[in-house]
Design a protein around this ligand. Structure first.
Ligand code: F6P
Length: 199
């Protein structure tokens, strides 16, 4: 049976500063994760019924931190714009603390309805769920293993879809850095899941 792997990019410089969005490079810790990822995935590739290793394709966003994380993976790669992180609009590059202090109403609005809250000039989780539809269709159509190297909000939406999580719970799903989520479709239509933690 084929596998679907989901992982966030390695820790970025923006992550170390608690900043949203941006297009920063990996931190030294993030680079270590990117170096460890290939062996872990190669070791977990399932065999076909003929006993060959199954083909794998790697999908990233168009942002540098996912491309950098996927660099060492020895498989064909595809960049998807729709896999880019949730757009924080006017708050791109801000920290949560800055938003809370300088725009308390926006902060409170997001907290009270994280699923529907749309960043000014940006996106909501609902927007992200909708724009991911073509990726979901492609993953379902795919016969090969797929490894998606993505971002927190985008992977919450994808993971939520594959695990049939209610929409309302998607924005608070746990999708930590430096964790490889392995999903294996079961005959009953659900997914068996394993999480490999690297830190
Ligand atoms: O902090 C990393 C990040 O990917 C941000 O770029 C993004 O805005 C955020 O996570 C999404 O998570 P949340 O919806 O919990 O703010």
């Amino acid at each position: 049976v084929r596998k679907i792997w989901l992982t966030r990019h390695g820790e970025s410089m923006y992550n170390t500063q608690g900043k949203l969005g941006g297009n920063s490079v990996l931190s030294p810790r993030g680079e270590i994760y990117a170096k460890m990822l290939p062996d872990t995935i190669v070791d977990r590739i399932p065999l076909t019924s003929e006993g060959c290793t199954m083909p794998v394709s790697v999908w990233t966003s168009t942002l540098g931190r996912t491309i950098q994380t996927a660099e060492g993976l020895p498989f064909p790669k595809l960049r998807w714009k729709v896999l880019d992180e949730i757009q924080a609009g006017i708050f791109d590059g801000w920290t949560y603390e800055e938003i809370e202090k300088q725009k308390p109403q926006e902060f409170a609005a997001r907290k009270s309805d994280k699923l529907r809250y749309r960043y000014p000039c940006g996106e909501s989780y609902l927007d992200v769920v909708q724009r991911l539809e073509p990726v979901v269709i492609e993953i379902e159509r795919e016969r090969e293993c797929v490894c998606v190297v993505g971002h927190q909000a985008v992977l919450r939406a994808l993971y939520g879809y594959f695990t049939k999580t209610p929409l309302a719970d998607i924005p608070r799903l746990e999708v930590p850095l430096h964790t490889l989520i392995e999903l294996v479709p079961k005959p009953d239509g659900r997914m068996a899941e394993e999480r490999i933690h690297f830190d």
